[in-house]
Design a protein around this ligand. Structure first.
Ligand SMILES: Cc1cc2nc3c(=O)[nH]c(=O)nc-3n(C[C@H](O)[C@H](O)[C@H](O)COP(=O)(O)O)c2cc1C
Length: 365
């Protein structure tokens, strides 16, 4: 049973839920957040194990974006899930979270054109649906920290697209080998699936572009390939119609995402996860509620009172909190007890090392 079957009047952040095969002991989801604490070759570090363990009280943790192939990496010190060695590192994270009674899903993030060579493995290419460069500069660790312009991407041919989809499936297999409860496809923020969806970045005239049906095909086929690994009920997806982040543009996001949801809905995926975009052209929560019949996670700038209200109104089935989880590892206990939350902070967000990462106290420390 999903929460959408029931009467929502008495649902609040502390009500357990089941999304597909995922068990949530409350509806406070930890939003995916890149924190750049992995090794340069994408391996999990000890402080990452501790960071996720500290936050296991969440109804479900969604990890930071993890690259499914070397070409899918664009930022420095982000983690990967490309090899059995990577999976062994992640196994330490999932064991630590499960030992605390938590649920943890891996977010799979292929950046496509949002990449600079200095942040990637030697010889790894930057690829995209079309050869349209992202007008961005990205941080690198070169010379103690320098910004570099994004690489001009090479457009993928049809055989290569099939290989990229196979990379997503292989990485999903590794995620289950590593003990994750599920996998979330990162479909927003201007990364590869969003590049395929959007008119500004997809100029193809073959079956992978040219029309709405062509532009949504990559997203749908990746989702299907991930679902084929061990069932659709362990796979979720994240979207944000109209999101311009990372130099993305689509002429008609409402049309694109209505078509996408109509194609995804029959797959029976575990959940849809969306960011509201108050200044955007589309009411994303309403669009996802209409277009997707499974559970919905909503996000962006929610505080506990408004989140409870949104659940009671049935706008979503769970609420994801990002920045609040950085400084409040015991966020669920604080919400449950009506306690004050520690303020959000903007320092040390992407710095290597434990400072500003695993040194935030709980109320009982
Ligand atoms: C430091 C940081 C890193 C983020 N990295 C990711 C990411 O890897 N994947 C993703 O989908 N969203 C990422 N986001 C967006 C968050 O998941 C979330 O949508 C955003 O913080 C808004 O939620 P909040 O207001 O509760 O913080 C990141 C946000 C922050 C603050």
């Amino acid at each position: 049973m999903t929460s959408t079957d029931g009467d929502t009047r008495f649902v609040n952040l502390m009500t357990p839920a089941r999304f597909g095969r995922l068990e949530l002991r409350n509806r406070v989801v930890m939003a995916p957040m890149t924190r750049s604490r992995a090794t340069p070759d994408g391996a999990v570090t000890d402080i990452m194990v501790e960071y996720y363990r500290q936050r296991a009280g969440a109804g479900m943790i969604i990890t930071e974006g993890v690259y499914p192939s070397e070409a899918g990496k664009g930022y420095c010190r982000t983690p990967g899930l490309v090899s059995s060695d990577h999976a062994a590192g992640w196994r330490r994270v999932t064991d630590a979270v499960h030992a605390e009674g938590g649920t943890i899903v891996m977010q799979m993030m292929h950046v496509g054109r949002v990449a600079v060579a200095a942040n990637k493995a030697a010889g790894s290419e930057t690829v995209a649906p079309s050869a349209v460069v992202a007008r961005l500069r990205m941080y690198t660790d070169v010379d103690g920290g320098t910004m570099q312009p994004c690489e001009p991407p090479r457009d993928l041919d049809a055989d290569e697209i099939a290989a990229v989809i196979a990379d997503y499936a292989r990485s999903t297999e590794l995620a289950f080998e590593a003990g994750f409860d599920g996998v979330e496809l990162h479909g927003t923020s201007g990364y590869l699936p969003a590049q395929f969806l959007s008119t500004g970045t997809n100029h193809r005239d073959d079956d992978w572009g040219g029309s709405v049906a062509g532009r949504i095909r990559f997203f749908v086929e990746v989702s299907s390939a991930m679902a084929d690994v061990d069932g659709a009920d362990r796979i979720g997806f994240r979207i944000c119609p109209g999101n311009p982040y990372n130099d993305l543009h689509d002429d008609d996001p409402e049309e694109t995402f209505r078509a996408l949801l109509a194609a995804l809905d029959p797959l029976g995926l575990a959940y849809c996860h969306t960011l509201r975009l108050p200044t955007g052209p589309v009411d994303n929560e309403a669009l996802c509620r209409q277009g997707f019949s499974g559970p919905l996670i909503i996000n962006d700038s929610y505080e506990p009172a408004e989140a409870n209200q949104a659940l009671a109104e049935g706008r979503g089935d769970a609420v994801a909190f990002g920045r609040r989880f950085i400084t409040n590892p015991d966020l669920v206990d604080r919400i449950a007890g009506g306690h004050e939350l520690a303020s959000t902070r903007a320092d040390h967000i992407y710095d290597p090392g434990p400072q500003g990462y695993i040194d935030f106290p709980t109320r009982s420390d």
